[in-house]
Structure formats: structure tokens, C-alpha cells
Design a protein around this ligand. Structure first.
Ligand code: PEP
Length: 257
């Protein structure tokens, strides 16, 4: 599949203004790349500062509110994210699902708010280890995704401009244990089939499916070379420009020879 790879760094709850130098370095390096789109999702506090510092990468948020405005102390709405320079938002990260109790209804609401505000969404799905061990990973992940994929108007933007999927097995996030190449390929194939069922030919052609879970400079080349993989969602290894760019460079390893 010849979709231009997308490499997204999720800084999670890391980073202060001192980290802007890393964002600037990533932006400078991304300027010289012909083969990949690069994006960062810093914490809310750095959204506008990163947006103001970069020109060549996309900037997005890690979460958003189910509500649009009002008495929701501590919440940040989709339109606030857009106002701060966000172009996309990550929805349904496993840390939000498990630590903040986000269920399908909340994720559907968040997705709707984001799309209405003109943000694209990165929808995260992935199974815990007991589900994989029980050989239930595929139906589990497909049910997660089917529940939250937005219905798109036939006349609206192409689905791939709005939706990106990130397959992130929970047991691979932050553990140093990435899924194997056959596990990744098999899951991405069934996700692709679901996208085609939901969106027809455009779901097959335009939606990027990222892999996330302990991607680093050592394993990135093998993972990103898989034909079913259209990029990566990177946590820990996105915090410095050096480690993040080693992954971005791996996305172009075959192009670069
Ligand atoms: C993530 O949190 O989305 C992630 C993939 O983290 P890590 O790369 O650290 O496993």
C-alpha cells in the first residue's frame, strides 16, 4: 500500500518549555524529509508553544472533552484545541481507557466533537495480554474500532483526511516488548478489511493504519517496512529529537536505499 507514512510522537505527560528545543530540532529534521509526514502530540500546556515554533510537522492533542464548553473544570474542548493550533487529536489511547474509564460512548462523543471542530482523529485500539492469550485479539480490536469509527457524509472530506487508526496492543505500550511482525501484519489486515466494509474503496485506499507499542530506532525499520503498516505512534522514543528521528528515518530506509 503506497500511503505516505505518518510518524506521530505522543509526549504523554512529559515536557515543559525546555522541551521546545526538541520540537524545533524535530521540525528542522522533518523539513529535509521527502518520504514521511511527522507529527507531535505534546501535553495541552505545550500545544500552542509547539505550534508557534514549528513549520514542517503537524501538531495535535492527546485527548479532548466530550463537551463543547461550560462548567467542566479541567476539561479542554475540541474548538479550544483547534484555537491552540491542533490539527488532530488522539482518541481512545489505552491509558485513557484504563486509567480514566473512557468507554465507547465517551469515545464516540469525543470523535464527533473533534470532527465537528475540523480536527482529524487518531483512533487508538488494542487488546490487553489476556485477550491475546485467549486468541480473541482480532474480534476485540475490531469491536473497539467499529464502535468509534465516525459515519462520514458522502460529500465530506475523504475519510483518510479525517481518520487515522493506531493499533497499539496494550501489552506492548511502554514495555519494551513490541508485537511481532506477523502479529502486526495480521491485525492491520483485519483492520483494513473493516475500513473497507465501513467506507468502501476510500477506506482501503486512504486511511492510514499506524502501529504503536515500544517502537524504537532498532525495531522501526522492520515494522515500518511491513506493507500493512502506514506509520507509527511512538511514546517514549519520541521525547528526544535523536531517538524520534531515528524512527522517522527508518520509515524512509527503503526509499533511501
Ligand atoms: C503510546 O503510548 O502510544 C506508545 C506507543 O508508547 P511507547 O512507544 O512508549 O510504547
Amino acid at each position: 500500500m503506497s500511503l505516505r507514512p505518518l510518524i506521530v510522537g505522543n509526549w504523554k505527560m512529559n515536557g515543559t518549555r525546555a522541551s521546545l528545543s526538541e520540537a524545533r530540532a524535530i521540525d528542522r529534521a522533518a523539513q529535509r524529509l521527502a518520504w514521511a509526514d511527522v507529527a507531535l502530540a505534546p501535553p495541552f500546556t505545550l500545544l500552542y508553544p509547539v505550534h508557534a515554533e514549528v513549520e514542517h510537522i503537524r501538531v495535535g492533542a492527546q485527548d479532548l472533552s466530550t463537551e463543547e464548553c461550560g462548567a467542566f473544570t479541567g476539561e479542554v474542548s475540541a474548538s479550544m484545541l483547534a484555537d491552540a493550533g491542533a490539527q488532530f487529536v488522539i482518541i481512545g489511547h489505552s491509558e485513557r481507557r484504563s486509567r480514566h474509564g473512557e468507554d465507547d460512548a465517551a469515545l464516540v462523543a469525543k470523535c464527533g466533537r473533534a470532527v465537528d471542530a475540523g480536527l482529524s482523529v487518531i483512533l487508538c485500539v488494542g487488546e490487553p495480554l489476556d485477550v491475546r492469550d485467549a486468541a480473541e485479539a482480532e474480534p476485540y480490536v475490531l469491536a473497539q474500532l467499529d464502535a468509534v469509527l465516525p459515519d462520514m457524509a458522502a460529500t465530506g472530506p475523504e475519510i483518510g483526511e479525517v481518520v487515522t487508526v493506531a493499533y497499539e496492543p496494550v501489552w506492548a505500550i511502554g514495555t519494551g516488548r513490541s508485537a511481532s511482525a506477523p502479529e502486526i501484519s495480521a491485525m492491520h489486515r483485519v483492520i483494513r478489511d473493516l475500513l473497507v466494509r465501513r467506507y468502501g474503496e476510500a477506506g482501503g485506499r486512504s486511511v492510514r493504519i499506524l502501529y504503536g507499542g515500544s517502537v524504537n530506532g532498532t525495531n522501526a525499520r522492520e515494522i515500518l517496512a511491513l506493507p500493512e503498516v502506514n506509520g507509527a505512534l511512538v511514546g517514549g522514543a519520541s521525547l528526544t529529537s535523536q531517538s524520534f528521528m531515528s524512527i522517522v528515518l527508518a520509515a524512509g530506509a527503503d526509499d533511501a536505499g
